[in-house]
Structures are given as C-alpha cells and as structure tokens.
Design a binder for this molecule. Structure first.
Ligand code: APR
Length: 239
C-alpha cells in the first residue's frame, strides 16, 4: 500500500475546486444547491451579461460576496496552509474565487479563475497599463460600483467565454511540471482549460490523488481516488 502522507513528498501541488469550500458553507456550482442550478451563467457570469446589465451582474456578485464573507476557512483549508508552511515547495492552484485559502494562511495562491475580492476597469486598458486598474476590494456590497472614469468596475473573475490570464496559467503549469505529488480536491473536472492541468502531473509520472465525495469525469486519470469529505481525507494524509 502506497504511503500517501504529505511528509513523504517534497513538491506538492494542491489543485482545488468548489468542493474544497463546501464544508465552509460556500455553495458549489453543479452539486445539490449548486449556483448554476439556480442561476443561468449567461445572465450573471459572462462579459455579454455585464455589458447588457452591469447592475444585475453586480447584484449577483454582491450576493456571492455576502455569502463568502459569512463563511470561514474550514479544517481542510487550514491543513493545506499548514502543509505549505512545513513543506516549502507546496503550491496551491485553485479554481476558487472565494479567497478562503488565503484567509487560512496559504501564500502565493495561483487563482486560475480570478477573485471575488478584486475588481478592474477594462475601458482604461487602452491608455494605461492593465495593472494600474486592478485593485483589491473587500466591500460588501461592492461600493462604489463605478470607477472615477465613470465606467463600472468589473469583477476580476474569469467568467465563461473569458480567456484565462496566460501569466497565471504559466505559474500553474510550472508548479505542476515540477511536483512529485498532485492532490486534486473537490472539483468535478468539467471546466477547461483548468481541468486539463492535472494531466501534466500524470504525464510526468508524479503521484496523483483525487479527493472527492464521488467519482468525476476525470477520476480515471488519478493513481489514487480517495472518497470522502476533503477535510477528513486531508487530515489522514497530514498524519
Ligand atoms: N469534499 C470533497 N469534494 C466535495 C465536497 C467535499 N466536502 N463537496 C462537494 N465536493 C465535490 C463534488 O462532488 C463535485 O465533484 O466538489 C465538486 C464540485 O464541482 P463543481 O461544483 O463543478 O465545482 P468546480 O469543479 O470547482 O467548478 C469548476 O466551474 O463554474 C465554473 O469557474 C467556475 O471554478 C468553477 C469551475
């Protein structure tokens, strides 16, 4: 039996999805009570919807801010941050936009899909360097909704039909290319290109583990599939 405890590895990547935050009370997207079961992303989470009705899109994201700000990191988030502190070459690559890894103490989190707690003003992009117009914002509800230039601030989130930031993807790829253990936690593996990233670890012969309550479309590619709540399985691996 392979000893999958973290202490046996030197370069760990935690690849996380919404199931990582489920035990904190943050709804997932596709499971029971999932966000996309209640809301159609075409009306709330894509650039077209934002251009058509920015107030409606902000109302939706303010509900998400309210929900997430009422939740705390769970034991699983804390174990991940703790392992990162103990095993320095540990990288957290997440699809989550909730910021709970960071609130649990994780550092340099690679946020593939952006963050609920950052906003940007796209119309400036032509004149000014992009980074001048991206800023953190923790107001709930988000206020003011408009930038000084009069345009609406846009959540700095990778919505459907958006491209991922190539610099962020490069960081994720580099970490996964070097890892000796990749642990996928709480993701259904249906959203690309993120769902493709763990394949790099498989191809390089790293140890790969999928933690989920149930089988997913990508379970077959993992060497080990551990079933149960993320925090419980992580506690066993941290033993
Ligand atoms: N422990 C482990 N796994 C869990 C838990 C838990 N406590 N609770 C739920 N899960 C699993 C579910 O079984 C499911 O496979 O987490 C997964 C959540 O899947 P999704 O809701 O599809 O979320 P995710 O895979 O992160 O979505 C990917 O889709 O909507 C877009 O951009 C959004 O980043 C998101 C992306």
């Amino acid at each position: 039996m392979t000893d999958l405890r973290f202490k046996n590895f030197e370069r760990i990547v935690f690849f996380t999805g919404a199931g990582m935050s489920a035990e904190s009370g943050v709804p997932t997207y596709r499971g029971a009570g999932g966000i996309w079961r209640e809301y159609n992303y075409e009306d709330y989470a894509c650039q077209r919807a934002f251009e058509a009705n920015p107030e409606k899109v902000w109302d939706f994201h303010d509900k998400r801010r309210e929900k997430v700000s009422s939740c705390d990191p769970n034991r699983g988030h804390k174990i991940v941050a703790d392992i990162q502190a103990k095993i320095p070459n540990t990288v957290v690559v997440t699809q989550n936009i909730d910021g709970l890894h960071q609130r649990a103490g994780a550092k340099d989190v690679v946020e593939l899909h952006g963050s609920l707690w950052r906003v940007r003003c796209d119309p400036h992009e032509v004149n000014a360097k992009r980074e001048n117009i991206v800023r953190e914002d923790f107001t709930v509800p988000m206020s003011p909704r408009k930038c000084d230039c009069g345009s609406y601030w846009r959540p700095d989130i990778v919505w459907f039909e958006d491209q991922l930031d190539h610099r962020v993807v490069r960081r994720a790829r580099e970490a996964i290319e070097e890892c000796d253990l990749l642990v996928s936690i709480g993701t259904s593996g249906v959203v690309y290109p993120a769902a493709d990233l763990p394949r790099i670890a498989v191809a390089r012969g790293a140890m790969t583990v999928e933690i989920n309550l149930e089988d997913t479309q990508v379970s077959h590619m993992y060497k080990h599939r551990l079933r149960g709540p993320a925090s419980e399985i992580l506690a066993l691996m941290a033993g």
